[in-house]
Write a protein that binds this ligand. Structure first.
Ligand SMILES: [Fe+2]
Length: 153
C-alpha cells in the first residue's frame, strides 16, 4: 500500500530532480507500510537519519540547479529547505526525548511538506529552468507563495 503514488503531476521536468523526488516518495511509502504493520516506532531513528541525509543531498542538487540558472526565487526556496531541516531536527530531538507519536508526526509532516513543496516551489523552478533553457518557449514561470507560519510539531 502506498500513501503517495508518483504520477506525472509531480514531474517538474528536470529528470535528475524527478528521480530524487521519486526516491523521497518511496521513503514515505516505506514508512507508511511500517505504520500499517504496527512497528514503525522501532525504526524511527533510522528513518529520520535517512530522511535527513537524503534531504541534504537532494536540496544541494536543487540549489545547484538554481545557481546554474540564476533562479530569481532562490532565497525563498532555500528558506523552505532550511525549514524542512528544522522540522526534521525537532522530530529527531523529540524521538531522543521519547515523547511518542513520532512515526505518525513524521508521516504527516513528510506527506504534507513534500507534496506541497514539489507541486509549488519545485514546479516553479522546473518551469523557470525550461523557460530559461528554451527562450523561444513562452515564459511560464510564476511566483508561488508558501506558508511559513506552521508550528514545528
Ligand atoms: Fe526544493
Amino acid at each position: 500500500m502506498s500513501f503517495i503514488s508518483w504520477s506525472e503531476d509531480f514531474s517538474i521536468g528536470i529528470d535528475e530532480i524527478d528521480e530524487q523526488h521519486k526516491k523521497l516518495l518511496r521513503l514515505i511509502n516505506s514508512l507508511h507500510q511500517r505504520l500499517v504493520a504496527g512497528d514503525a516506532n522501532d525504526i524511527m531513528g533510522k528513518v529520520l537519519d535517512r530522511v535527513a541525509d537524503y534531504a541534504e543531498f537532494h536540496f544541494s542538487t536543487e540549489e545547484q540547479w538554481m545557481a546554474q540558472y540564476s533562479y530569481p526565487d532562490t532565497a525563498q526556496h532555500i528558506d523552505e529547505h532550511r525549514q524542512f531541516v528544522v522540522y526534521i531536527t525537532a522530530l529527531q530531538n523529540r524521538l531522543r526525548n521519547d515523547q511518542g507519536g513520532i512515526a505518525e508526526a513524521t508521516m504527516a509532516f513528510l506527506t504534507d511538506w513534500l507534496s506541497r513543496h514539489i507541486l509549488e516551489a519545485d514546479m516553479a523552478l522546473g518551469k523557470y529552468q525550461h523557460a530559461t533553457a528554451n527562450p523561444a518557449l513562452p515564459n511560464v514561470y510564476s511566483t508561488v507563495t508558501y506558508r511559513t507560519d506552521a508550528p514545528v510539531i
